[in-house]
Design a protein around this ligand. Sequence first.
Ligand SMILES: NC(=O)c1ccc[n+]([C@@H]2O[C@H](COP(=O)([O-])OP(=O)(O)OC[C@H]3O[C@@H](n4cnc5c(N)ncnc54)[C@H](OP(=O)(O)O)[C@@H]3O)[C@@H](O)[C@H]2O)c1
Length: 328
Amino acid sequence: METTRTLGRTGIEVSALGFGCWAIGGEWQGTDGEPLGWGKVDDEESVRAVRRALDLGVTFFDTADTYGAGHSERVLGRALGKRRDDVVVATKWGNVFDEETRTRTGVDDSPAYARRALTASLRRLGTDHVDLYQLHISDADLDRAAELRDTSEEFVREGLIRAYAWSTDDPARAAVFAEGEHCTAVQHAINVLQDAPEMIALCEESNLASVNRSPLAMGLLTGKRRSGETLEAGDIRSRPPVWLQGFEAGSGADPEWLGRVDALRDVLTSGGRTLAQGALAWLWARSPRTVPIPGFRSVAQAEQNAGALEKGPLTAGQLTEVDRILGR
Ligand SMILES: NC(=O)c1ccc[n+]([C@@H]2O[C@H](COP(=O)([O-])OP(=O)(O)OC[C@H]3O[C@@H](n4cnc5c(N)ncnc54)[C@H](OP(=O)(O)O)[C@@H]3O)[C@@H](O)[C@H]2O)c1
């Protein structure tokens, strides 16, 4: 397979696999104390994992200012160091947070906040520009979004960002951003268990990249999660918010979801793939526009996920087989 893809209409080239930097932000929380991170992390291991990914040809990294209340951006900036210009860095804005207490306190959809947030992200990342700047308020008001799209165009003219996107699962919202010349992608949830046909159609019609969050269904597609397991208290999956499907409060993975993973095991692990590699291979086969960004928190996960690149996409026949198994 081609191990690179074009990031939508701007022609920015990225490795066909990006790395998602949510988990490496470490612990942070909402105002009711609910966990918003993935539990504790070891920053030195995160740095080694990013550097290993670079060595294995990964050139695309997705983070957000709010992950770990600024910590993920700092760790990513440190890990990239002098190699910053060899990669495409994506981050996000829209959430307001307190870096001291590591608490997300709300959202701000104003253009003035967007500028303040961008300035702060550049400082934490240790760079003078963001390659892909993404609106992180998935359900933002449409009129406000049109204003923020124009603000993003200003940032492009000023050389502060190269392109922008909306992180949303709503194709109608993504279409509003797509009217902007330098809007080049939408970031949305899609994985072999949760297809997103309308969003893929929009990306194909509007020449946008489909940046795939939760490509491993937040760990369900790694084969590691169990029903009845106790996840760490700081792990968002221990107290899943309504949008997080496939996990039950206090009792780990939903058995019904695990049953579907089991049913897919043979097709996904074809060609010597691990289950996680098979889940990424499904996404590459789904459309030439997809760029999965699996999360990671160790060198071993980085190696396994980057190793999916050389194994390439599933075949068209295997895609049909997946749909048959899932009754789609
Ligand atoms: N609203 C938004 O914009 C939004 C929302 C969600 C995510 N995202 C982005 O999308 C990225 C990825 O999505 P996600 O974090 O939801 O989840 P994901 O990529 O579906 O799952 C990642 C998790 O799976 C486990 N894992 C990864 N590789 C593995 C491997 N090879 N073997 C075993 N386990 C492995 C790790 O967790 P454990 O080791 O703990 O099992 C890892 O944190 C995020 O990092 C973030 O950049 C954006």
